[in-house]
Design a binder for this molecule. Structure first.
Ligand code: HGY
Ligand code: MN
Ligand code: MN
Length: 422
């Protein structure tokens, strides 16, 4: 069959998506598969089996990334890579990350079944812990500069033990770093997680670039006391202070000119008792924008606001950075190829930024990066209501397949074919 006629197997892709969603399934139909949990391990086993069935060899790097490789005609040519993540936020749907991994496996399976060998090796990568620390893709980009404590889990378990459970090795993290000689291009398929494509009625998004992010852990210290006997003017109420800080974060997001976003999605009160003035509050902040300079302005404004609130409420606070990702632009020639392929497949498209973070963001630090979006129903994600139709998933996977076929010609191979494959 001429490669131009190749298509993915829609039913098989849909079956894999639903089967993977059974691992970590919640009673109400959502999925919970947080990195390093038993369900994450089970899902990793399942994905490795699908990679092998698709004709790939599989290895795990020091960061626990699963790297499926499908040989090309030129063994030592740099790979064309795709992939994403299969770990989820605590209450998730079945598409975030998983579509990118499973579509990549399906693309290779079609090549394998039709005995199609590209010049370049193809890689499908499952990156470790995308939802919280983006450790996997950061390690591959050589960007893990922080001490192990920075990556400790919310429950305090050390990253060293977590990595061991998935076949990684914290002490060998630097060996996970790769470069452009090993990966010539990385293209990630992902659900949009926003409502632009659905609003425009378009099946394909060509991503211009991915926003940068800062995340912080804030701790407010007041004084725990009796709710009845402590006069209002004598209180150090950590929750009143934290509540004002949460509103300050929202104000930064809404009032500073620009299209940044600012969120507090996690908050813990202690001792969390009706008749006790709260002594301590933990909460976490997520700031995003397309410009690093603008992000730094948001952070500085936030710190000033928090300092003023602490003085006014007679409390103290600490602020610890838990994540910083620089914005990353997609490679223009990869965007061109995704556009051309969408036109060839008669799929209308638009260009748009990604306001969600992705593994491609870090991989784009050392090689050419591109992203393909497909619509999210209602613009919903990080929710059990996340949904993308089988048709849109299939269209996205076909755009990925044909983008690889095109990129195989775009990236010359100067190696001599070491052996002719069957
Ligand atoms: O939070 C994000 O943007 C991504 O879904 N991890
Ligand atoms: Mn994702
Ligand atoms: Mn996500």
């Amino acid at each position: 069959m001429p490669v131009s006629k190749l298509t993915v197997n829609s039913d098989r892709l849909t079956r894999m998506l639903f089967q993977l969603a059974e691992i970590g399934k919640l009673p109400d139909g959502g999925v919970s598969r947080v990195a390093f949990t038993t369900d994450d391990l089970l899902a990793r086993q399942q994905v490795k089996a699908w990679m092998i069935a698709a004709g790939m060899t599989v290895r795990i790097d020091a960061a626990g990334n699963i790297i499926g490789s499908y040989a090309g005609l030129y063994d030592d040519a740099a790979a064309l890579a795709t992939g994403s993540h299969i770990d989820t936020v605590p209450v998730a749907g079945r598409y975030d990350g998983c579509l990118g991994v499973l579509a990549g496996i399906e693309v290779v399976r079609v090549l394998h079944e039709t005995k199609t060998r590209l010049n370049h090796p193809i890689e499908v990568i499952v990156f470790t812990d995308e939802e919280r620390s983006v450790l996997g893709c950061k390690a591959m980009a050589g960007e893990v500069k922080e001490p192990a404590e920075y990556y400790a889990r919310l429950d305090g378990s050390p990253i060293q033990t977590c990595l061991e459970t998935i076949g990684g090795d914290w002490s060998q993290i630097p060996t996970a770093k790769r470069d452009r000689a090993q990966i010539a291009a990385f293209v990630e398929l992902h659900v949009e997680q926003g409502g632009v494509l659905e609003h425009l009625g378009l099946p394909i998004g060509v991503v211009d670039g991915i926003v940068g992010q800062y995340r912080f852990a804030a701790n407010v210290m007041g004084r725990m006391n009796h709710a009845g006997t402590t006069p209002m003017h004598m209180r150090k109420d950590a929750l009143v202070a934290a509540a004002q800080m949460v509103l300050a974060v929202n104000k930064i997001g809404t009032e500073i000119p620009g299209d940044q976003v600012a969120t507090v999605g996690y908050l813990n009160v202690s001792p969390n008792a009706t008749n006790t003035v709260p002594g301590n509050v933990d909460f976490r902040i997520d700031l995003r924008d397309r410009s690093q300079d603008h992000l730094e302005l948001l952070v500085s404004r936030m710190k000033d606001e928090f300092a003023a609130i602490a003085i006014a409420t007679n409390t103290e606070f600490t602020l610890r950075e838990t994540l910083h990702i620089l914005p990353t632009l997609a490679a223009p020639h990869i965007k061109d190829v995704i556009q051309q392929v969408s036109e060839q497949l008669d799929l209308p498209y638009t260009y748009l930024p990604s306001r969600a973070g992705h593994d491609a963001q870090e991989i784009g630090r050392f090689t050419d990066m591109g992203m393909i979006f497909v619509p999210s129903a209602g613009g919903i994600s990080h929710s059990i209501d996340e949904y993308t139709s089988p048709e849109h998933c299939t269209q996205g996977a076909n755009v990925l397949l044909h983008t690889f076929l095109q990129l195989d010609k775009v990236y010359a191979v100067d190696a001599v074919p070491l052996k002719v494959r069957e």
